[in-house]
Design a protein around this ligand. Sequence first.
Ligand code: SF4
Length: 600
Amino acid sequence: MNPQPTDQVARVVSDSLVKWGRDPDHLLQHLIAVQHRCSFVPDEAVERLAAELGVTRSRIRAAVDFYAFLHERPRGDFDILFSDNITDRMVGSTCLMQRLCERLGVEPGVTRADGRVAVDFTSCTGMCDQAPAILVNGLAVTSLSPQRIDGIAELVEQGTPLGDWPSELFAVSDNIRRRGLLLSRSETEGAGLKRLLEEGPERALAQVERSGLRGRGGAGFSTAFKWRFCRESASVESYVVCNADEGEPGTFKDRVLLTSFADLVIEGMTICAGVVRARRGFIYLRGEYRYLIGHLESVLERRRAEGLLGGAILGKRGFDFDIQIHLGAGAYVCGEESALIESLEGKRGITRKRPPFPVTCGYKSHPTVVNNVETFLAAARIVELGGDWFRAQGTEQSRGSKVLSVSGDCASPGIYEYPFGTRVSQVLADCGAETPQAVQISGASGTTLSAAEFDRVIGFEDLPTAGSFMVLDQTRDLLDMVVNFAHFFAHESCGFCTPCRVGGALLRDLADKVAAGRACAQDLEEIRSIGGLMKKASHCGLGATAPNHLIDTLEKFPDVYRRRLRRSDYAPAFDLDAALSEARVLTGRTDAAAHLEEEG
Ligand code: SF4
Protein backbone atom coordinates (compact mmCIF):
# COMPACT_ATOMS: atom_id res chain seq x y z
CA MET A 1 0.00 0.00 0.00
CA ASN A 2 1.23 3.43 -0.87
CA PRO A 3 1.20 6.18 1.74
CA GLN A 4 -2.09 8.05 1.60
CA PRO A 5 -2.16 11.27 -0.44
CA THR A 6 -2.30 14.37 1.74
CA ASP A 7 -5.74 15.46 0.56
CA GLN A 8 -7.20 12.05 1.32
CA VAL A 9 -5.84 12.10 4.88
CA ALA A 10 -7.14 15.65 5.27
CA ARG A 11 -10.60 14.49 4.18
CA VAL A 12 -10.60 11.54 6.59
CA VAL A 13 -9.57 13.76 9.51
CA SER A 14 -12.09 16.45 8.66
CA ASP A 15 -14.92 13.86 8.36
CA SER A 16 -13.94 12.53 11.76
CA LEU A 17 -13.93 16.04 13.22
CA VAL A 18 -17.45 16.57 11.91
CA LYS A 19 -18.57 13.40 13.68
CA TRP A 20 -16.60 13.62 16.92
CA GLY A 21 -15.77 17.31 17.31
CA ARG A 22 -12.58 18.75 18.78
CA ASP A 23 -12.78 17.43 22.33
CA PRO A 24 -9.43 15.65 22.96
CA ASP A 25 -11.38 12.98 24.85
CA HIS A 26 -12.44 11.71 21.45
CA LEU A 27 -8.87 11.20 20.25
CA LEU A 28 -9.17 7.41 20.20
CA GLN A 29 -12.34 7.61 18.10
CA HIS A 30 -10.53 9.86 15.59
CA LEU A 31 -7.62 7.45 15.43
CA ILE A 32 -9.94 4.49 14.88
CA ALA A 33 -11.65 6.40 12.05
CA VAL A 34 -8.28 7.19 10.42
CA GLN A 35 -7.02 3.62 10.86
CA HIS A 36 -10.22 2.26 9.36
CA ARG A 37 -10.06 4.37 6.21
CA CYS A 38 -6.29 4.57 5.65
CA SER A 39 -5.29 1.13 7.06
CA PHE A 40 -2.83 2.95 9.36
CA VAL A 41 -2.36 6.28 11.11
CA PRO A 42 -0.14 8.35 8.80
CA ASP A 43 2.13 11.12 10.13
CA GLU A 44 -0.04 13.59 8.26
CA ALA A 45 -3.06 12.53 10.35
CA VAL A 46 -1.03 12.83 13.55
CA GLU A 47 -0.04 16.38 12.61
CA ARG A 48 -3.58 17.41 11.74
CA LEU A 49 -5.14 15.85 14.83
CA ALA A 50 -2.50 17.43 17.07
CA ALA A 51 -3.33 20.84 15.64
CA GLU A 52 -7.10 20.42 15.63
CA LEU A 53 -7.47 18.84 19.08
CA GLY A 54 -4.70 20.83 20.75
CA VAL A 55 -2.82 17.76 21.98
CA THR A 56 0.83 16.86 21.60
CA ARG A 57 2.06 14.60 18.84
CA SER A 58 3.69 12.39 21.45
CA ARG A 59 0.33 11.79 23.15
CA ILE A 60 -1.14 10.71 19.82
CA ARG A 61 1.79 8.47 18.99
CA ALA A 62 1.66 6.93 22.47
CA ALA A 63 -2.00 6.05 21.90
CA VAL A 64 -1.24 4.52 18.48
CA ASP A 65 1.53 2.49 20.08
CA PHE A 66 -0.73 1.28 22.90
CA TYR A 67 -3.78 -0.04 21.05
CA ALA A 68 -3.36 -3.27 19.09
CA PHE A 69 -5.76 -2.20 16.33
CA LEU A 70 -3.88 1.01 15.53
CA HIS A 71 -0.77 0.94 13.35
CA GLU A 72 2.00 3.28 12.30
CA ARG A 73 2.54 1.42 9.04
CA PRO A 74 0.03 0.39 6.34
CA ARG A 75 -1.73 -2.90 7.02
CA GLY A 76 -3.05 -3.50 3.54
CA ASP A 77 -6.43 -3.09 1.87
CA PHE A 78 -7.51 -6.23 3.69
CA ASP A 79 -6.32 -6.57 7.26
CA ILE A 80 -7.11 -10.12 8.34
CA LEU A 81 -6.71 -11.08 12.00
CA PHE A 82 -7.14 -14.64 13.26
CA SER A 83 -8.71 -14.94 16.70
CA ASP A 84 -6.13 -16.67 18.86
CA ASN A 85 -7.92 -18.10 21.85
CA ILE A 86 -7.22 -21.71 22.77
CA THR A 87 -10.76 -22.57 21.60
CA ASP A 88 -9.85 -21.28 18.12
CA ARG A 89 -6.69 -23.37 18.12
CA MET A 90 -8.62 -26.44 19.26
CA VAL A 91 -10.65 -26.31 16.03
CA GLY A 92 -7.73 -25.76 13.71
CA SER A 93 -7.20 -21.99 13.45
CA THR A 94 -3.43 -22.28 12.99
CA CYS A 95 -3.77 -24.64 10.00
CA LEU A 96 -6.37 -22.36 8.45
CA MET A 97 -4.11 -19.37 8.93
CA GLN A 98 -1.26 -21.23 7.27
CA ARG A 99 -3.55 -22.14 4.38
CA LEU A 100 -4.65 -18.53 3.91
CA CYS A 101 -1.07 -17.28 4.08
CA GLU A 102 -0.03 -19.82 1.43
CA ARG A 103 -2.94 -18.93 -0.84
CA LEU A 104 -2.15 -15.24 -0.56
CA GLY A 105 1.64 -15.53 -0.51
CA VAL A 106 2.02 -13.59 2.74
CA GLU A 107 4.01 -14.06 5.87
CA PRO A 108 2.07 -13.67 9.14
CA GLY A 109 2.42 -10.14 10.45
CA VAL A 110 3.98 -8.73 7.26
CA THR A 111 1.93 -6.65 4.82
CA ARG A 112 2.23 -8.03 1.28
CA ALA A 113 4.54 -5.98 -0.93
CA ASP A 114 1.67 -4.80 -3.16
CA GLY A 115 -0.17 -3.47 -0.10
CA ARG A 116 -3.17 -5.67 -0.78
CA VAL A 117 -3.30 -7.75 2.41
CA ALA A 118 -1.87 -8.50 5.84
CA VAL A 119 -2.60 -11.61 7.93
CA ASP A 120 -1.88 -11.89 11.63
CA PHE A 121 -3.14 -13.19 14.97
CA THR A 122 -5.13 -11.19 17.49
CA SER A 123 -6.40 -12.02 20.99
CA CYS A 124 -9.76 -13.77 21.40
CA THR A 125 -12.43 -12.02 19.33
CA GLY A 126 -15.44 -13.22 21.34
CA MET A 127 -16.68 -15.76 18.76
CA CYS A 128 -15.65 -18.95 20.59
CA ASP A 129 -19.07 -20.57 20.06
CA GLN A 130 -18.53 -20.35 16.29
CA ALA A 131 -14.75 -20.65 16.09
CA PRO A 132 -12.45 -20.46 14.26
CA ALA A 133 -13.04 -16.81 13.53
CA ILE A 134 -11.27 -13.88 11.92
CA LEU A 135 -11.71 -10.13 11.66
CA VAL A 136 -11.48 -8.66 8.18
CA ASN A 137 -10.98 -4.91 8.44
CA GLY A 138 -12.57 -5.19 11.86
CA LEU A 139 -15.62 -7.24 10.82
CA ALA A 140 -16.13 -10.74 12.16
CA VAL A 141 -16.20 -13.81 9.92
CA THR A 142 -16.93 -17.00 11.84
CA SER A 143 -17.17 -20.79 11.39
CA LEU A 144 -14.13 -20.90 9.14
CA SER A 145 -13.46 -23.97 7.06
CA PRO A 146 -10.86 -24.67 4.35
CA GLN A 147 -13.53 -23.82 1.75
CA ARG A 148 -14.30 -20.51 3.40
CA ILE A 149 -10.62 -19.69 3.58
CA ASP A 150 -10.19 -20.41 -0.13
CA GLY A 151 -13.20 -18.23 -0.93
CA ILE A 152 -11.78 -15.38 1.15
CA ALA A 153 -8.39 -15.71 -0.56
CA GLU A 154 -10.14 -15.38 -3.92
CA LEU A 155 -12.12 -12.30 -2.85
CA VAL A 156 -8.92 -10.69 -1.61
CA GLU A 157 -6.99 -11.49 -4.79
CA GLN A 158 -9.81 -10.10 -6.91
CA GLY A 159 -9.80 -6.95 -4.79
CA THR A 160 -13.55 -7.29 -4.14
CA PRO A 161 -14.59 -4.46 -1.78
CA LEU A 162 -15.70 -5.77 1.60
CA GLY A 163 -19.22 -4.43 1.05
CA ASP A 164 -19.57 -6.79 -1.93
CA TRP A 165 -18.49 -9.93 -0.09
CA PRO A 166 -21.29 -12.50 0.38
CA SER A 167 -23.30 -11.36 3.40
CA GLU A 168 -23.50 -14.88 4.85
CA LEU A 169 -19.76 -14.64 5.57
CA PHE A 170 -20.53 -11.99 8.19
CA ALA A 171 -23.42 -13.81 9.87
CA VAL A 172 -22.91 -14.13 13.62
CA SER A 173 -25.29 -16.44 15.51
CA ASP A 174 -26.63 -15.87 19.01
CA ASN A 175 -26.63 -19.57 19.94
CA ILE A 176 -28.81 -19.10 23.01
CA ARG A 177 -29.19 -22.64 24.40
CA ARG A 178 -30.76 -22.06 27.79
CA ARG A 179 -32.92 -19.16 28.92
CA GLY A 180 -33.59 -18.28 32.54
CA LEU A 181 -34.61 -15.27 34.60
CA LEU A 182 -33.19 -12.65 32.23
CA LEU A 183 -33.21 -14.20 28.79
CA SER A 184 -36.74 -15.55 28.76
CA ARG A 185 -38.10 -12.22 27.46
CA SER A 186 -36.34 -9.50 25.48
CA GLU A 187 -39.02 -6.83 25.07
CA THR A 188 -39.37 -3.97 27.57
CA GLU A 189 -41.52 -1.13 26.14
CA GLY A 190 -39.95 1.10 28.76
CA ALA A 191 -41.63 -0.77 31.64
CA GLY A 192 -38.72 -0.26 34.05
CA LEU A 193 -38.43 3.40 33.14
CA LYS A 194 -42.15 3.96 33.69
CA ARG A 195 -41.85 2.46 37.16
CA LEU A 196 -38.88 4.68 37.88
CA LEU A 197 -40.97 7.73 37.02
CA GLU A 198 -44.07 6.50 38.86
CA GLU A 199 -42.33 5.49 42.06
CA GLY A 200 -39.23 7.71 42.11
CA PRO A 201 -35.49 7.05 42.11
CA GLU A 202 -35.25 6.13 45.82
CA ARG A 203 -37.75 3.33 45.34
CA ALA A 204 -35.94 2.09 42.20
CA LEU A 205 -32.67 2.09 44.11
CA ALA A 206 -34.32 0.26 46.99
CA GLN A 207 -35.44 -2.47 44.57
CA VAL A 208 -31.91 -2.86 43.22
CA GLU A 209 -30.68 -3.01 46.83
CA ARG A 210 -33.34 -5.57 47.75
CA SER A 211 -32.45 -7.74 44.74
CA GLY A 212 -28.87 -8.26 45.98
CA LEU A 213 -27.59 -7.64 42.44
CA ARG A 214 -23.79 -7.75 42.24
CA GLY A 215 -21.70 -6.66 39.27
CA ARG A 216 -21.61 -9.32 36.55
CA GLY A 217 -18.13 -8.40 35.31
CA GLY A 218 -16.57 -10.78 37.84
CA ALA A 219 -15.63 -8.60 40.82
CA GLY A 220 -19.16 -8.75 42.25
CA PHE A 221 -19.38 -5.31 43.85
CA SER A 222 -22.90 -4.40 45.00
CA THR A 223 -24.66 -2.54 42.19
CA ALA A 224 -26.93 -0.62 44.58
CA PHE A 225 -23.87 0.54 46.60
CA LYS A 226 -22.28 1.89 43.46
CA TRP A 227 -25.42 3.72 42.40
CA ARG A 228 -25.98 5.12 45.89
CA PHE A 229 -22.40 6.39 46.21
CA CYS A 230 -22.83 8.20 42.93
CA ARG A 231 -26.31 9.51 43.79
CA GLU A 232 -25.13 10.89 47.11
CA SER A 233 -22.02 12.59 45.75
CA ALA A 234 -22.11 16.35 45.86
CA SER A 235 -21.07 16.65 42.21
CA VAL A 236 -23.44 18.33 39.77
CA GLU A 237 -22.15 16.17 36.95
CA SER A 238 -22.08 12.39 36.78
CA TYR A 239 -21.84 9.73 34.09
CA VAL A 240 -23.10 6.25 33.34
CA VAL A 241 -20.83 3.87 31.45
CA CYS A 242 -21.70 0.45 30.11
CA ASN A 243 -18.60 -1.72 30.03
CA ALA A 244 -19.05 -3.71 26.81
CA ASP A 245 -15.35 -4.44 26.49
CA GLU A 246 -15.58 -8.16 27.28
CA GLY A 247 -12.08 -9.20 26.30
CA GLU A 248 -11.66 -12.15 28.62
CA PRO A 249 -10.79 -15.14 26.43
CA GLY A 250 -13.79 -17.42 26.10
CA THR A 251 -16.37 -14.74 26.95
CA PHE A 252 -18.97 -13.75 24.37
CA LYS A 253 -22.26 -13.34 26.26
CA ASP A 254 -22.24 -9.52 26.02
CA ARG A 255 -22.10 -9.85 22.24
CA VAL A 256 -25.40 -11.74 22.39
CA LEU A 257 -26.97 -9.46 25.01
CA LEU A 258 -26.14 -6.43 22.88
CA THR A 259 -27.54 -8.15 19.80
CA SER A 260 -30.85 -9.43 21.16
CA PHE A 261 -31.36 -7.53 24.43
CA ALA A 262 -29.95 -4.09 23.58
CA ASP A 263 -33.20 -2.35 24.57
CA LEU A 264 -32.99 -3.75 28.08
CA VAL A 265 -29.32 -2.89 28.47
CA ILE A 266 -29.98 0.70 27.37
CA GLU A 267 -33.03 0.85 29.62
CA GLY A 268 -30.88 -0.25 32.57
CA MET A 269 -28.41 2.54 31.78
CA THR A 270 -31.24 5.07 31.54
CA ILE A 271 -32.73 3.97 34.86
CA CYS A 272 -29.29 4.28 36.42
CA ALA A 273 -29.00 7.78 34.97
CA GLY A 274 -32.36 8.64 36.52
CA VAL A 275 -31.12 7.44 39.89
CA VAL A 276 -27.68 9.10 39.84
CA ARG A 277 -28.86 12.19 37.91
CA ALA A 278 -26.53 11.66 34.96
CA ARG A 279 -27.19 13.37 31.66
CA ARG A 280 -24.62 11.56 29.59
CA GLY A 281 -23.65 7.95 29.16
CA PHE A 282 -21.35 5.78 27.07
CA ILE A 283 -21.35 2.27 25.77
CA TYR A 284 -17.68 1.33 25.58
CA LEU A 285 -17.85 -1.35 22.91
CA ARG A 286 -14.87 -3.61 22.31
CA GLY A 287 -13.32 -3.07 18.88
CA GLU A 288 -13.96 -6.70 17.94
CA TYR A 289 -17.72 -5.97 18.04
CA ARG A 290 -17.66 -3.02 15.68
CA TYR A 291 -20.17 -4.87 13.49
CA LEU A 292 -22.74 -4.15 16.24
CA ILE A 293 -22.45 -0.37 15.96
CA GLY A 294 -25.13 0.01 13.26
CA HIS A 295 -27.56 -2.14 15.24
CA LEU A 296 -26.91 -0.31 18.51
CA GLU A 297 -27.18 3.11 16.87
CA SER A 298 -30.55 2.13 15.42
CA VAL A 299 -31.82 1.00 18.85
CA LEU A 300 -30.63 4.29 20.37
CA GLU A 301 -32.32 6.23 17.59
CA ARG A 302 -35.60 4.36 17.98
CA ARG A 303 -35.60 4.89 21.74
CA ARG A 304 -35.01 8.61 21.21
CA ALA A 305 -37.99 8.67 18.83
CA GLU A 306 -40.11 6.81 21.42
CA GLY A 307 -39.21 9.30 24.14
CA LEU A 308 -37.21 6.71 26.08
CA LEU A 309 -33.89 8.49 25.60
CA GLY A 310 -32.77 12.06 24.98
CA GLY A 311 -34.50 15.17 26.36
CA ALA A 312 -37.45 14.99 28.78
CA ILE A 313 -37.61 11.20 28.88
CA LEU A 314 -41.21 9.93 28.94
CA GLY A 315 -42.26 13.58 29.13
CA LYS A 316 -40.57 14.22 32.47
CA ARG A 317 -39.01 17.68 32.44
CA GLY A 318 -35.41 17.66 33.57
CA PHE A 319 -34.94 13.92 32.94
CA ASP A 320 -32.44 14.24 30.09
CA PHE A 321 -30.02 11.48 29.25
CA ASP A 322 -28.32 10.32 26.09
CA ILE A 323 -25.79 7.69 25.17
CA GLN A 324 -22.81 7.67 22.84
CA ILE A 325 -21.01 4.58 21.62
CA HIS A 326 -17.24 4.60 22.02
CA LEU A 327 -15.24 1.91 20.31
CA GLY A 328 -12.23 0.21 21.85
CA ALA A 329 -9.18 -0.68 19.80
CA GLY A 330 -7.96 -4.07 20.98
CA ALA A 331 -6.67 -3.59 24.53
CA TYR A 332 -7.79 -6.25 27.02
CA VAL A 333 -6.75 -4.13 29.99
CA CYS A 334 -9.46 -1.58 29.09
CA GLY A 335 -12.01 -4.01 30.52
CA GLU A 336 -10.78 -2.81 33.94
CA GLU A 337 -13.02 0.14 34.81
CA SER A 338 -10.36 2.76 35.52
CA ALA A 339 -8.40 1.81 32.37
CA LEU A 340 -11.67 1.98 30.45
CA ILE A 341 -12.23 5.53 31.68
CA GLU A 342 -8.71 6.53 30.65
CA SER A 343 -9.49 5.10 27.24
CA LEU A 344 -12.83 6.96 27.11
CA GLU A 345 -10.81 10.11 27.73
CA GLY A 346 -8.79 9.28 24.62
CA LYS A 347 -5.66 8.16 26.47
CA ARG A 348 -3.69 4.94 26.76
CA GLY A 349 -5.70 2.49 28.83
CA ILE A 350 -3.44 2.44 31.86
CA THR A 351 -5.24 1.52 35.08
CA ARG A 352 -5.54 4.29 37.66
CA LYS A 353 -4.36 4.11 41.22
CA ARG A 354 -7.38 3.45 43.44
CA PRO A 355 -8.85 4.96 45.59
CA PRO A 356 -10.40 7.20 44.49
CA PHE A 357 -12.73 4.81 42.68
CA PRO A 358 -14.53 5.83 39.48
CA VAL A 359 -17.79 6.05 41.36
CA THR A 360 -16.46 9.15 43.12
CA CYS A 361 -13.84 10.29 40.62
CA GLY A 362 -14.31 8.77 37.17
CA TYR A 363 -14.83 10.22 33.70
CA LYS A 364 -13.41 13.76 33.61
CA SER A 365 -12.95 13.38 37.40
CA HIS A 366 -16.72 13.25 37.98
CA PRO A 367 -18.63 10.45 39.71
CA THR A 368 -19.15 7.65 37.20
CA VAL A 369 -21.06 4.41 37.45
CA VAL A 370 -19.39 1.72 35.36
CA ASN A 371 -21.41 -1.47 35.09
CA ASN A 372 -21.22 -4.51 32.92
CA VAL A 373 -23.73 -5.17 30.07
CA GLU A 374 -25.42 -8.00 31.98
CA THR A 375 -25.66 -5.88 35.15
CA PHE A 376 -27.60 -3.12 33.38
CA LEU A 377 -29.88 -5.69 31.78
CA ALA A 378 -30.62 -7.25 35.18
CA ALA A 379 -31.18 -3.81 36.76
CA ALA A 380 -33.79 -2.92 34.14
CA ARG A 381 -35.79 -6.06 34.93
CA ILE A 382 -35.36 -5.63 38.68
CA VAL A 383 -36.82 -2.12 38.62
CA GLU A 384 -39.67 -3.41 36.45
CA LEU A 385 -40.46 -6.59 38.38
CA GLY A 386 -39.09 -5.89 41.86
CA GLY A 387 -36.10 -6.98 43.92
CA ASP A 388 -37.93 -10.02 45.34
CA TRP A 389 -38.50 -11.39 41.85
CA PHE A 390 -34.73 -11.44 41.33
CA ARG A 391 -33.55 -12.59 44.74
CA ALA A 392 -35.90 -15.58 44.65
CA GLN A 393 -33.27 -17.33 42.52
CA GLY A 394 -29.64 -18.02 43.36
CA THR A 395 -27.87 -18.38 46.69
CA GLU A 396 -27.40 -16.32 49.83
CA GLN A 397 -24.40 -14.40 48.49
CA SER A 398 -25.20 -14.68 44.80
CA ARG A 399 -28.73 -13.67 43.97
CA GLY A 400 -30.36 -14.16 40.60
CA SER A 401 -28.90 -15.84 37.55
CA LYS A 402 -25.68 -15.91 35.57
CA VAL A 403 -25.31 -15.92 31.81
CA LEU A 404 -22.48 -18.20 30.72
CA SER A 405 -20.51 -18.33 27.48
CA VAL A 406 -19.87 -22.04 26.96
CA SER A 407 -17.28 -23.17 24.41
CA GLY A 408 -14.64 -25.77 23.67
CA ASP A 409 -15.13 -29.53 23.62
CA CYS A 410 -18.90 -29.82 23.83
CA ALA A 411 -21.70 -30.63 21.41
CA SER A 412 -23.61 -27.35 21.87
CA PRO A 413 -21.45 -24.31 22.55
CA GLY A 414 -23.35 -21.08 23.16
CA ILE A 415 -25.16 -19.03 25.78
CA TYR A 416 -26.60 -20.69 28.88
CA GLU A 417 -28.38 -18.91 31.69
CA TYR A 418 -28.52 -20.61 35.11
CA PRO A 419 -29.54 -19.64 38.61
CA PHE A 420 -26.45 -19.00 40.72
CA GLY A 421 -25.63 -22.13 42.70
CA THR A 422 -25.72 -24.39 39.65
CA ARG A 423 -23.05 -27.10 39.64
CA VAL A 424 -20.37 -27.23 36.98
CA SER A 425 -21.41 -30.84 36.26
CA GLN A 426 -24.91 -29.62 35.33
CA VAL A 427 -23.51 -27.20 32.75
CA LEU A 428 -21.25 -29.93 31.35
CA ALA A 429 -24.20 -32.32 30.98
CA ASP A 430 -26.39 -29.68 29.33
CA CYS A 431 -23.81 -28.58 26.79
CA GLY A 432 -22.91 -32.13 25.80
CA ALA A 433 -19.37 -32.34 27.13
CA GLU A 434 -18.75 -36.07 27.01
CA THR A 435 -15.25 -36.61 28.34
CA PRO A 436 -14.22 -33.38 30.05
CA GLN A 437 -10.69 -33.31 31.43
CA ALA A 438 -10.78 -29.70 32.66
CA VAL A 439 -12.96 -26.61 32.69
CA GLN A 440 -11.43 -23.15 32.51
CA ILE A 441 -13.91 -20.94 34.24
CA SER A 442 -13.99 -17.13 34.03
CA GLY A 443 -11.50 -16.96 31.20
CA ALA A 444 -7.73 -17.05 31.12
CA SER A 445 -7.55 -15.12 34.39
CA GLY A 446 -9.99 -17.47 36.12
CA THR A 447 -9.76 -20.95 37.59
CA THR A 448 -8.78 -24.26 36.01
CA LEU A 449 -11.02 -27.00 37.37
CA SER A 450 -10.11 -30.67 37.35
CA ALA A 451 -12.72 -33.44 37.15
CA ALA A 452 -12.60 -33.77 40.95
CA GLU A 453 -14.10 -30.28 41.21
CA PHE A 454 -17.02 -30.58 38.82
CA ASP A 455 -19.48 -30.61 41.73
CA ARG A 456 -18.45 -27.08 42.69
CA VAL A 457 -21.06 -24.37 42.20
CA ILE A 458 -21.13 -21.18 40.18
CA GLY A 459 -21.49 -18.24 42.54
CA PHE A 460 -19.48 -15.61 44.39
CA GLU A 461 -19.07 -17.92 47.39
CA ASP A 462 -17.39 -20.65 45.33
CA LEU A 463 -16.71 -19.98 41.66
CA PRO A 464 -17.19 -16.34 40.73
CA THR A 465 -17.18 -15.84 36.98
CA ALA A 466 -17.55 -13.12 34.42
CA GLY A 467 -19.17 -15.80 32.27
CA SER A 468 -16.53 -17.73 30.37
CA PHE A 469 -16.78 -21.53 30.58
CA MET A 470 -14.28 -23.38 28.36
CA VAL A 471 -14.28 -27.17 28.23
CA LEU A 472 -11.17 -29.22 27.42
CA ASP A 473 -11.68 -32.93 26.92
CA GLN A 474 -9.38 -35.89 27.60
CA THR A 475 -7.68 -35.63 24.21
CA ARG A 476 -6.27 -32.16 24.94
CA ASP A 477 -2.78 -31.37 26.09
CA LEU A 478 -3.40 -28.76 28.79
CA LEU A 479 -0.01 -27.27 28.08
CA ASP A 480 -1.41 -25.93 24.81
CA MET A 481 -3.89 -23.91 26.87
CA VAL A 482 -1.19 -22.82 29.33
CA VAL A 483 1.12 -21.62 26.55
CA ASN A 484 -1.74 -19.82 24.79
CA PHE A 485 -2.78 -17.98 27.96
CA ALA A 486 0.82 -17.15 28.94
CA HIS A 487 1.37 -15.54 25.53
CA PHE A 488 -1.94 -13.72 25.85
CA PHE A 489 -1.01 -12.12 29.17
CA ALA A 490 2.51 -11.19 28.09
CA HIS A 491 1.00 -9.51 25.03
CA GLU A 492 -1.80 -7.74 26.89
CA SER A 493 0.28 -6.36 29.78
CA CYS A 494 0.14 -2.58 29.49
CA GLY A 495 3.74 -2.42 30.68
CA PHE A 496 3.13 0.10 33.44
CA CYS A 497 4.42 -1.98 36.35
CA THR A 498 7.46 -4.24 36.48
CA PRO A 499 5.96 -7.36 38.12
CA CYS A 500 3.44 -7.77 35.31
CA ARG A 501 5.57 -6.49 32.43
CA VAL A 502 8.64 -8.58 33.24
CA GLY A 503 6.89 -11.38 35.12
CA GLY A 504 4.45 -11.95 32.27
CA ALA A 505 7.29 -12.24 29.74
CA LEU A 506 9.21 -14.63 32.01
CA LEU A 507 6.16 -16.84 32.52
CA ARG A 508 5.56 -16.91 28.77
CA ASP A 509 9.16 -18.02 28.16
CA LEU A 510 8.99 -20.62 30.91
CA ALA A 511 5.70 -22.00 29.55
CA ASP A 512 7.33 -22.27 26.12
CA LYS A 513 10.33 -23.99 27.67
CA VAL A 514 8.13 -26.58 29.40
CA ALA A 515 6.14 -27.20 26.20
CA ALA A 516 9.36 -27.66 24.24
CA GLY A 517 10.52 -30.34 26.69
CA ARG A 518 13.52 -28.30 27.80
CA ALA A 519 12.41 -27.45 31.34
CA CYS A 520 13.50 -29.00 34.60
CA ALA A 521 12.03 -29.10 38.11
CA GLN A 522 13.66 -25.81 38.99
CA ASP A 523 11.76 -24.07 36.19
CA LEU A 524 8.48 -25.15 37.75
CA GLU A 525 9.64 -23.63 41.04
CA GLU A 526 10.49 -20.49 39.14
CA ILE A 527 6.97 -20.38 37.69
CA ARG A 528 5.47 -20.65 41.19
CA SER A 529 7.77 -17.99 42.57
CA ILE A 530 7.26 -15.46 39.74
CA GLY A 531 3.52 -16.16 39.76
CA GLY A 532 3.34 -15.54 43.51
CA LEU A 533 5.23 -12.29 43.15
CA MET A 534 2.97 -11.10 40.33
CA LYS A 535 -0.13 -11.87 42.38
CA LYS A 536 1.19 -9.81 45.29
CA ALA A 537 2.94 -6.92 43.59
CA SER A 538 1.10 -6.16 40.33
CA HIS A 539 -0.60 -2.81 40.04
CA CYS A 540 -3.92 -4.13 38.71
CA GLY A 541 -6.00 -7.25 38.31
CA LEU A 542 -4.45 -8.21 34.99
CA GLY A 543 -1.02 -8.88 36.47
CA ALA A 544 -2.48 -10.30 39.67
CA THR A 545 -4.53 -12.93 37.83
CA ALA A 546 -2.21 -13.65 34.90
CA PRO A 547 -0.40 -16.55 36.65
CA ASN A 548 -3.65 -18.27 37.80
CA HIS A 549 -3.76 -20.81 34.99
CA LEU A 550 -0.12 -21.84 35.54
CA ILE A 551 -0.45 -22.12 39.29
CA ASP A 552 -3.74 -24.02 39.02
CA THR A 553 -2.51 -26.50 36.43
CA LEU A 554 0.77 -27.06 38.28
CA GLU A 555 -1.20 -27.99 41.37
CA LYS A 556 -4.07 -29.94 39.81
CA PHE A 557 -2.42 -31.50 36.77
CA PRO A 558 1.21 -32.10 37.86
CA ASP A 559 1.65 -34.96 35.37
CA VAL A 560 1.05 -32.61 32.46
CA TYR A 561 4.28 -30.89 33.49
CA ARG A 562 6.19 -33.87 34.87
CA ARG A 563 6.09 -35.84 31.66
CA ARG A 564 7.58 -32.92 29.74
CA LEU A 565 10.52 -32.30 32.07
CA ARG A 566 14.10 -33.14 31.24
CA ARG A 567 15.61 -35.41 33.82
CA SER A 568 18.23 -32.87 34.85
CA ASP A 569 17.80 -30.66 37.90
CA TYR A 570 18.63 -27.55 35.98
CA ALA A 571 18.30 -26.45 32.36
CA PRO A 572 19.35 -22.95 31.35
CA ALA A 573 16.88 -20.80 29.43
CA PHE A 574 19.66 -19.98 26.97
CA ASP A 575 20.69 -22.85 24.67
CA LEU A 576 24.46 -22.37 24.37
CA ASP A 577 24.98 -25.38 22.10
CA ALA A 578 22.43 -24.06 19.60
CA ALA A 579 23.99 -20.61 19.78
CA LEU A 580 27.33 -22.10 18.75
CA SER A 581 25.95 -23.71 15.60
CA GLU A 582 26.97 -20.79 13.39
CA ALA A 583 30.52 -20.97 14.74
CA ARG A 584 30.60 -24.70 13.94
CA VAL A 585 29.53 -24.01 10.38
CA LEU A 586 32.17 -21.29 9.98
CA THR A 587 34.93 -23.51 11.35
CA GLY A 588 33.73 -26.60 9.50
CA ARG A 589 33.41 -28.59 12.71
CA THR A 590 30.92 -31.45 12.61
CA ASP A 591 32.58 -33.71 15.21
CA ALA A 592 31.06 -34.58 18.60
CA ALA A 593 33.72 -32.60 20.46
CA ALA A 594 32.40 -29.40 18.90
CA HIS A 595 29.13 -29.85 20.80
CA LEU A 596 28.44 -29.24 24.45
CA GLU A 597 27.75 -32.43 26.28
CA GLU A 598 24.05 -33.17 26.89
CA GLU A 599 23.03 -33.89 30.44
CA GLY A 600 21.25 -37.18 30.80
FE1 SF4 B 1 -0.36 -2.75 33.39
FE2 SF4 B 1 -0.07 -5.31 34.08
FE3 SF4 B 1 0.66 -3.44 35.77
FE4 SF4 B 1 -1.96 -3.83 35.22
S1 SF4 B 1 -0.59 -5.26 36.25
S2 SF4 B 1 -0.88 -1.88 35.38
S3 SF4 B 1 -1.81 -4.43 33.04
S4 SF4 B 1 1.58 -3.80 33.72
